[in-house]
Unconditional design. Structure first.
Length: 77
């Protein structure tokens, strides 16, 4: 009726953990999904960086065009 519990190893005994191929495959697939998600995020961030860089270049160009040549002021006293 009730599942039997696993016996507790005696004090000082070494416990060996056995992983199954299914568990290893599951871990691999999780890691692979995370890497794919990170790749997607990096691509989005790269596009944002490019857009911000273009905007900064436009503002810099506008500021450069707005600069006037130094003018000499005559002080006739």
């Amino acid at each position: 009726m009730f599942p039997r519990s696993k016996p507790t190893p005696p004090a000082g005994a070494t416990v060996v953990h056995v992983r199954t191929k299914a568990a290893d495959t599951d871990d691999f697939l999780k890691a692979h999904r995370q890497i794919e998600e990170q790749g997607t995020m990096i691509a989005q961030q790269q596009k944002q960086i490019e857009a911000l860089t273009a905007g900064l270049q436009n503002v810099s160009a506008q500021l450069e065009m707005g600069k006037t040549a130094p003018q000499t002021v005559l002080n006739n006293e």
